[in-house]
Write a protein that binds this ligand. Structure first.
Ligand code: ADP
Ligand code: MG
Length: 357
């Protein structure tokens, strides 16, 4: 029979026992043809659990070749035995080849359909997961905006109070501390303002000077750069470089990348920012590359870093920074590239963004 099926280009494996058949089912067989004699003894007890444990989309087709002729005690016993096997098609011997072929075709088509249903179920689950994630994200965004809003009022009060104290204090040391406190407070105010703006503003694009935005991001991270003993090397090959973009979005992308670079260089390192102009397909483009000498991105997550919720920072990471940056980049027609190396002696990461000028 195997050679007959082979001739019809229906690849088949011949197995010698029910145990082997169970293996083939697990390995993805489309259908099985079994003689009823194969169920002598307790071999049916092996097959039954395999078939009853099938996932909801699966109903494995079993073609059983039964002896023709009269009903006997043995044929009755076998009939009761195979009842729990589910999707069973009985074929009486002697069997006409065309009946075998058409029954087998029907079984295989049914099985292919089951696989289609499985794929659709998986697709549906993935879509639901994506939906859950984007809902979670929207909630996170709203939460961030409302926290920023709530923080704004006490911040203003604090700023005013600090100012009043400063005008009342004459000790030089106290004056210095108060100045520092005011600067830190101004930074917090700046962050809340940006968070609010990101969620409120439709973000109209204007001509933005890239050098200025880079500088404002460096100013934002000033104390972290100093604390981690990070050397900043800025290389700007043009006097000014304007692009049409929303300053808030541009700043957010650069701040996310620089923030990650700082996270990767907790014990010092070099942060290189390079701004240049190149031509792509005849069009001038601004290129900003941000390179660090940190620990690098683990190769196993490198291909997924732009997906939401991918983080190696445990509780402190959100895994949203690069995803948001990528969304912003896509929206604006920028392209982002990343190179990273985790090898001890020369580990580091480079992000570069190409933007139409
Ligand atoms: N410059 C970098 N150096 C090393 N790893 C990085 C760098 N930038 C990104 N990564 C990796 O990509 C992950 C995702 O980054 P991101 O989307 O900003 O989320 P988060 O910073 O909250 O973890 C980080 O957790 C980190 O593992
Ligand atoms: Mg980040």
């Amino acid at each position: 029979m195997a050679s007959f099926l082979d001739k019809l280009e229906k690849p088949c494996h011949v197995v010698g026992s029910i145990a082997e058949l169970c293996h083939e089912i697990a390995a993805g067989a489309g259908a099985a043809i079994v003689t009823e004699e194969a169920f002598r003894g307790n071999s049916i007890d092996l097959l039954q659990p395999v078939l009853s444990r099938q996932p909801s989309w699966s109903d494995f087709p079993l073609l059983i070749l039964v002896a023709g002729g009269r009903v006997t005690a043995e044929s009755e016993r076998l009939r009761t035995l195979r009842q729990p096997l589910g999707n069973v098609l009985l074929l009486e011997r002697p069997l006409r080849p065309e009946i075998l072929v058409s029954t087998l075709d029907m079984a295989l088509r049914g099985r292919a359909r089951q696989y289609q249903i499985r794929d659709q179920m998986q697709q549906f689950e993935r879509a639901q997961e994506a939906l859950r994630r984007s809902e979670k994200l929207a909630v996170t965004g709203r939460l961030a905006a409302s926290i920023a809003h709530e923080i704004n009022n006490p911040l203003e009060a604090l700023t005013n109070l600090l100012y009043l104290v400063r005008t009342e204090t004459h000790s030089e040391e106290a004056q210095r501390y108060l100045m520092e406190a005011e600067q830190e407070l101004a930074r917090v105010a700046e962050i809340t303002k940006h968070t609010l703006r990101f969620y409120r503003e439709p973000n109209q694009p204007t001509q933005v000077d890239l050098v200025e935005v880079v500088d404002s991001v460096l100013a934002l991270y000033h104390s972290r750069l100093v604390a981690a003993k990070i050397v900043v090397e800025k290389e700007v090959r043009v006097s000014s470089l304007s692009i049409l973009a929303s300053p808030g979005e541009l700043r957010q992308v650069i701040a996310n990348i620089v923030g990650n670079a700082l996270d990767a260089m907790r014990h010092g390192g070099i942060l290189r920012l390079r701004l240049s102009v190149t031509t792509r397909n005849g069009n001038p483009k601004a290129r900003l590359s941000i390179a660090d000498t940190g620990h690098g991105i683990p190769p196993e997550i490198l291909s997924t870093i732009f997906e939401p919720f991918i983080t190696t920072k445990g509780e402190t990471g959100t895994g949203l920074g690069l995803w948001v940056s990528d969304e912003i980049a896509k929206k604006n027609g920028w392209s982002m590239q990343v190179y990273s190396c985790t090898r001890m002696s020369r580990s580091g990461t480079v992000f570069s963004i190409l933007m139409p000028t």
